[in-house]
Ligand binder design. Sequence first.
Ligand SMILES: Cc1ncc(COP(=O)(O)O)c(C=O)c1O
Length: 386
Amino acid sequence: MPNAPPHLGTRLAQAGCHPDPQTGALTPPLHLASTFERPASGDYGDGYVYARWGNPTRDLLEATLADLEYPDGGAEAAAFASGMAAVMTVLQALRPGDHILLPDDVYHGVRHLLRSTFADWGLTYSEVDQTDLDAVRAALRPETKLVWAETPSNPLLKITNLEALAEIAHDAGALLLVDGTWTTPLLQRPLELGADLVLHSATKYLGGHSDTLLGVVVARSGLDLFERMRALQKGAGAVADPFACWLVLRGLRSLGARMPLHSRNAQRLAEALRGHPAVEAVHYPGLPDHPGHAIAQEQMDGFGGMLAFQVRGGADEALGVAARCRLFRRATSLGGTESLIEHRASIESQPTPTPQNLLRVSVGLEHADDLISDLTEALHPIAAAR
Ligand SMILES: Cc1ncc(COP(=O)(O)O)c(C=O)c1O
């Protein structure tokens, strides 16, 4: 009987670890060379030429991520200097006149880039609540080339049915791209659910230690849009640097241990916040009364480490809670080992639809009891004043 293919956790634990033929080193070497010697024949053949066009450490990361998202050679990946460089390259690969359908709760940087830069390049976009599939159908236009999805969304953690969304996009002749930054391939694999492209800010969970900036797009093999992105990556040079690639490869090897703990801690925190008298609403798909709970249970392998909650009051009360936290660090970003808390509306590009009383939390790997007592103490003055 043939051996069963290794589980994702096994592949992650050994991500990129192929013993180096020259030294036997088990962990990937870091190649910093910017240029490579041309053979005496004058023909580089399949060899490396110049680091913008290709670098062994970047190639290894790209191949590893493509395999994690969609095994057996069905996908390709391109790594960029940041998540936003990856976003920019997707947008540059589209054509003037193309329309993009965004979720109404999209990562604000994407909305801002489209609004501030790409509108002048002739790209159009509109936003829709992607939890309402009839509204999605109605919002598609003949020139819609790309449906952009985030599930859970940022920062309201709305859940979209990706299989249904892929079908709707394809019926309309559009591609589906999913920003998988919050989920990673461990919790959700959109290509298996019918999406065409997955984008990650590897700055977050894939790197996992708040110490590097990198973005990646993984695409189903054979997509013209991805070929144009590859050409832009090599020709225009928003490439990931080799050390960042190496750090993300290192981060991947512990992802299988980190994500379940992020998810467990977030679930505990969400449950503790739900009944708190100073909290108006908790947004976490692991809560059974979250409107997207059933879909999340179906399409995710865990609910993730991100949650948001609305405090009773407005921006001042929410900022006050963040200010009183001792363990949670007040910072933007997410996906590191340390827990972060953030008043989203004041960091996002304006105008923003994010509620003023919302705090977004990236739940880290600390002991859940400590996180719960830190936040409940920070909320206490609001509850006491009621
Ligand atoms: C969901 C999501 N996508 C993309 C990005 C952009 O990534 P980067 O900061 O690496 O450019 C972010 C950054 O916060 C994000 O949260």
